[in-house]
Design a protein around this ligand. Structure first.
Ligand SMILES: [Mg+2]
Length: 375
């Protein structure tokens, strides 16, 4: 602690860069296409003693600038994270403190998950569909899996819910089944996760589950807008048809975002409490709030409560590739994150070569902070 109080925020450097996916990303049940490049905002902190740390931040430079002149120790505690008023620099302060203390963030958090963590590709969208033109067909989806496998991924999350909006219901449901079976056939050892983006109803997802029962799905994410009744129906179907398949939810704020963002970012605390309560009832296995939009420090506070309820976490990491690294640092630091969402690609100017992805396992750098260099 003491050493942090010797550092004062001297200046900030804002930089707009670009994230790039390895291919254009298409549609999910709700929206698309997700494009191939997007601007990304970063902020680097410099202290009066020459230390630096940087991270993903919002486009608003006003809030961070108000923190110039403040002691790092007033804004950040290694044991609990960033104070609320400095939330806009949450990631950068973790990096800075790690750099000052000579500690990787995952060690600062307790190293309860070790240094490696399973990872899946979160970039397998409706690559067989193009609602605006000629449909590429299911082969395109296999090619996306192969591209990510060549980059070190071994597990895949498939978007399902084609029948919600972009296809006729029956044909879309049938395509979801076809695609799931096809990926299982080509990648027999992969963990297959599926994400409905709330594009099914309980009866529909149970029909889907029956049709892919032999595919041994790893998890079902956001099949429908979560209700206790719906989740009970799904849980029963899982017990019967697909024992071991996890239920993951909490990514969507369900049209009840916290505005302005509070201690749990864009999540209403009451919503997170409801999700944890569903975990305690045995109806949710993995909670998915976003690592950026809920917050890194918020996850440090929430995950122990999730674990106490008997569930686990996996911070949503789409859409910037370095959000995967942040989520993985949380997972390795706190444990109780069974797998992290991989966002294939890179952010221009970011050297993330310390993160090693091989055979579906991500190994984190042992370097201080997040171990990411901004060139
Ligand atoms: Mg999702």
């Amino acid at each position: 602690m003491d050493i942090l109080s010797e550092h004062t925020i001297d200046r900030l450097e804002f930089r707009k860069t670009v994230r790039r996916y390895p291919r254009p990303i298409g549609y999910n049940a709700q929206r698309g296409p997700h494009g191939q490049t997007q601007p990304v905002h970063t902020c680097r902190i410099f202290t009066n003693r020459g230390a630096t740390g940087w991270g993903f931040c919002g486009a608003n430079e006003e809030a961070p600038r108000r923190l110039i002149g403040r002691k790092v120790a007033e804004l950040f505690n290694p044991a609990s994270g960033t104070v609320f008023e400095a939330k806009c620099l949450d990631i950068a302060l973790h990096d800075l403190a790690g750099n000052i203390l000579g500690q990787p963030v995952w060690r600062m958090l307790g190293a309860r998950g070790g240094r490696s963590i399973p990872i899946y590709s979160g970039a397998i969208y409706f690559d067989d569909l193009n609602p605006d033109g000629a449909a590429p067909g299911v082969q395109a989806l296999l090619e996306s899996c192969a591209q990510d496998a060549a980059a070190g991924y071994a597990h895949f999350k498939l978007k399902i819910g084609r029948g919600f909006k972009y296809m006729d219901r029956a044909a879309g449901d049938a395509r979801d089944i076809e695609v799931t079976r096809l990926v299982r056939q080509h990648f027999p050892d992969a963990k297959i996760l599926v994400d409905g983006n709330d594009g099914y109803d309980p009866a529909g997802i149970c029909r889907y589950l029956s049709a892919v029962a032999d595919c041994k799905l790893y998890w079902i994410e956001e099949p429908f807008l979560e209700t206790e009744e719906g989740l009970r129906i799904l849980r029963e179907a899982i017990k019967e048809k697909s024992p071991g398949t996890l239920i993951a939810d909490g990514e969507s704020r369900n049209d009840r975002a916290q505005e302005p963002p509070g201690p749990l970012g864009k999540w209403q605390p009451g919503h997170v409490d409801e999700l944890i309560a569903l975990g305690a009832k045995g109806l949710l296995d993995v909670l998915l709030m976003d690592v950026g939009a809920m917050g890194f420090t918020a996850w440090r506070q929430v995950l122990p409560k999730v674990v106490a309820a008997g569930a686990q976490g996996s911070p949503h990491a789409w859409s910037e590739p370095f959000k995967t690294w942040y989520a993985a640092q949380l997972g390795c630091g706190l444990g109780a994150v069974p797998i992290v969402e991989g966002v294939p690609g890179h952010v221009d100017g970011v050297d993330d070569s310390g993160y090693v992805l091989k055979d579906g396992l991500l190994t984190l750098p042992d370097a201080p902070g997040f171990g990411l260099n901004l060139r």
